[in-house]
Write a protein that binds this ligand. Structure first.
Ligand code: AMP
Ligand code: ZN
Length: 495
């Protein structure tokens, strides 16, 4: 009775019906952050998307195994083979060890994950924990697919069929920009092991059959995804930039490792479906980590926007569409979240007994005879929307419709909302007004002072002392507090 789950596969450029490799299970790998700096909110869009995918799979009843990696070695300043290791560079600039840099930024990333209510994956796989496995993997494919240069061990892309199919299918230019490395047989060949140049020592280096050195970034993801999820697994995710170099190279390695031929069967790539989120863009360049103040989640919070407003902003757009960031857009998303939160609070006020937690696996809730059938058409429409390549924008309008309908009992509505929120992840039944009213970091006034002033103003108005009431209002306005008389949301004030 549930809608078939259809997902867009970048490798075939088609919407495909999801059929799990292992019945009842879903195994998903998401390329994780390179922990050399704070993530910007664009990076976090990639994980909101992966989270919605994972939640949708759980909601539809699949047993989910999600792996996200932490890249703490090997990612160069250029996605191909040029430049320095991002972590080595950050460590030198900040006069810290790479391990300290990695720990600090991993924790910062996890803080953003929690703030955005992104579920914990089954495993955060850390690249430096898998060096032995990477060397084993490289040894397995080296003889047939690789050649050695002074600078490292390189993968010969002509040894696999259909190299670069993913890039060619999705970009006008074909493969991404690739820097020349002396001695490479083909421009697209890439390092799977980078040797430490003679006379140098790196902070992170390991012995290998090809000398002391460090693994290539692409190798890491092939090794961790294959070890933890087994080839072929169900779904591999990342941002659209990965369609050009990183994922074509992972696919080539996977083909070499699994001895699979061309990509006529997508599963030969190591994963059945490759999914990519489009970018969050910002016209003035604030997303660049090299710019002074860049768009971190903490900056939004400091300005008084609840982090879930950013999650809402992501959900309002389709993950395959470019999303333009603006403060107005974020403000509108926050207002929408407040409206939902207030509507849910109003329902909760009408209900005495606690509403049961949503069950995992929507199908079970759908047939649950404890409940009235009235909300089921809404859940069915919601299911159709998210099953249509994760169309959360439409799913949100179904939630709006459910809230607006008068004929469904509040308790039943709350059950259905909790079920929908298992996918949306907006904490709709738990958020309080006080949570959403974040104080901007530079605000000159505390919530207690505001509440106190408003109590005095209420008393003045009760006595028809409008002069005092207006004076209090002006006093608050001077401190940046807007008093919202008659606000349909009942929001009372905002900073
Ligand atoms: P990185 O830490 O650079 O490896 O990136 C982490 C994730 O963020 C990858 O999946 C990227 O594809 C993705 N990403 C990078 N920039 C953006 C952006 N502006 N919007 C959405 N996703 C992005
Ligand atoms: Zn990756």
């Amino acid at each position: 009775m549930t809608a078939p789950l259809r997902l867009f596969n970048s490798l075939t450029r088609e919407l495909e019906t999801f059929h799990p490799v292992h019945p009842g299970e879903a195994r998903v790998y998401s390329c994780g952050p390179t922990v050399y700096n704070y993530p910007h909110i664009g990076n976090m869009r990639a994980y909101v998307f992966a989270d919605v995918l994972g939640r949708t799979l759980s909601w539809k009843g699949y047993r989910l195994t999600h792996v996200i990696n932490i890249t703490d070695v090997g990612h160069l300043t250029d996605d191909a083979d040029a430049g320095e290791d991002k972590l080595e560079k950050a460590a030198a600039a900040q006069h810290q060890s790479i391990w300290d840099i990695a720990r600090h930024y991993t924790e910062a990333y996890w803080a953003d994950i929690r703030a955005l209510n992104i579920r914990q994956p089954a495993e955060w796989s850390v690249a430096t924990d898998y060096i032995e496995e990477m060397i084993e993997f490289a040894k397995t494919i080296a003889r047939k697919h690789c050649y050695e240069l002074d600078s490292g061990l390189y993968f010969d892309v002509s040894t696999v069929d259909d190299y670069g199919k993913l890039a060619r299918a999705n970009t006008d230019e074909g493969e991404g920009r690739i820097e020349a490395v002396e001695g490479k047989r083909h421009p697209a060949d890439f390092a799977i092991w980078r040797k430490t140049p003679p006379g140098e020592t790196r902070q992170m280096e390991w012995d290998s059959p090809w000398g002391k050195g460090a693994p290539g970034w692409h190798l890491e993801c092939s090794v961790m995804s294959g070890r933890l999820l087994e080839f072929p697994f169900d779904i591999h995710t990342g941002g659209i930039d990965h369609r050009e170099i990183h994922h074509p190279n992972e696919i080539a390695q996977n083909q070499a490792f699994c001895h699979t031929n061309g990509l006529g069967d997508p599963a030969n790539s190591g994963a059945r479906i490759w999914m990519h989120n489009n970018f969050l863009v910002e016209r003035s360049g604030k997303m660049s980590k090299s710019a002074g103040e860049f768009l971190r989640l903490q900056l939004l919070i400091d300005k008084g926007y609840h982090p879930l407003a950013y999650r809402m902003m992501c959900l309002q757009a389709h993950y395959r569409s470019e999303l333009e960031f603006s403060w107005d857009g974020l403000g509108a998303a926050l207002t929408r979240l407040k409206r939902l939160m207030m509507a849910v609070a109003a329902l909760q006020a009408q209900v005495e007994s606690p509403v049961p937690e949503p069950k995992t696996g929507w199908t079970r809730l759908y047939v649950h005879d404890e409940f009235d059938a009235a909300f089921q058409p809404y859940l069915a429409r919601f299911d159709e929307a998210v099953s249509d390549d994760l169309n959360t924008a439409v799913a949100l309008t179904v939630l709006d419709d459910l809230l607006a309908v008068k004929t469904i009992d509040p308790r039943e509505k709350l059950v259905a909302i909790a079920s929908m929120d298992a996918v949306l992840g907006l904490k709709l039944t738990a958020l309080l007004r006080s949570d959403l009213r974040l104080r901007p970091k530079d605000a000159a006034v505390s919530e207690a002072e505001i509440e106190d002033a408003l109590t005095r103003r209420k008393a003045a108005r009760a006595e028809k002392d409008f002069a005092t009431s207006d004076a209090i209002r002006d006093e608050l306005a001077a401190k940046g507090v807007e008093v919202m008389d008659g606000d349909p949301l009942g929001w009372e004030w905002k900073l």
